[in-house]
Design a protein around this ligand. Sequence first.
Ligand code: SF4
Length: 274
Amino acid sequence: MSSYAPPTTLSPSRIDSFLSCPLAFRFSSLDGLFDPPTEATVRGTMVHRALEHFYADTAAQLDAERMNDSVDQMLTEFRHDDDVLFLELEGDRFTRLGDECRKLAMNALQMEDPSTVNPIGLELRIEAEFDGVTLRGIIDRLERDNDDHLVITDYKTGRAPGPSFEKKALAGVHFYALLCQREFAEDATELRLMYVKSTQTITTRPSSKTISFTEQRLTAVHRAISQACESGEFATRKSALCKFCKFSSWCPEFGGDPQLALIDAPRRNSTSSE
Ligand code: SF4
């Protein structure tokens, strides 16, 4: 087994990837195998961009007309985007994808009164040092509430989790709360997940206990990743998510050989994109 240099940066998506399946993490984060975009991932990126345009000027009239304009602006940008082109959408599929994005973006207006939102950062890139590793994240919306407290909002375009999975879904925003504390020396008072498909909002309040739990979790995940990198052993974690895994051809759970991925994957990807 070859060993790997442990990653020097961690983000919520990398942590989630490792916890979901260490072998899939190795393929995407360490071997650099191509993880092709899907309509769902592209739709999510497009909706985030439309909402970013919408809140970019809070002095404007934040109404349905402005949201329509924001979606139009986003569609102009994405028409020739690499990920959109990769999807090779046929016929009027791009138009229908745009319609889906418009509906999701409009749903956000039912979930909050935009005139009360006071963003201080949109798609805000933030990083902080932690235990020898750089933590990185992109906060969809960082804002100040009426009491001047920090609120972190994360937009979601997928399905909202059931009650027993809410804690897991909130791990990413707790990560951002830790980043804010380290970067701005200020605690966020509210963390929000906005599920624009079902118009559900999940809210929680971070505390010294949740910050401490997030730090312990990060230390444990970082240690587990480092150990896997040193030994070269990345376990499989078979689950319902395997049916969406782009690397299943090289997964031993499905009769594949992980070592062949480094040889086969580039050839397979270049063939599939021709
Ligand atoms: S198919 Fe499943 S077990 Fe195999 S690498 Fe992908 S996610 Fe992991």
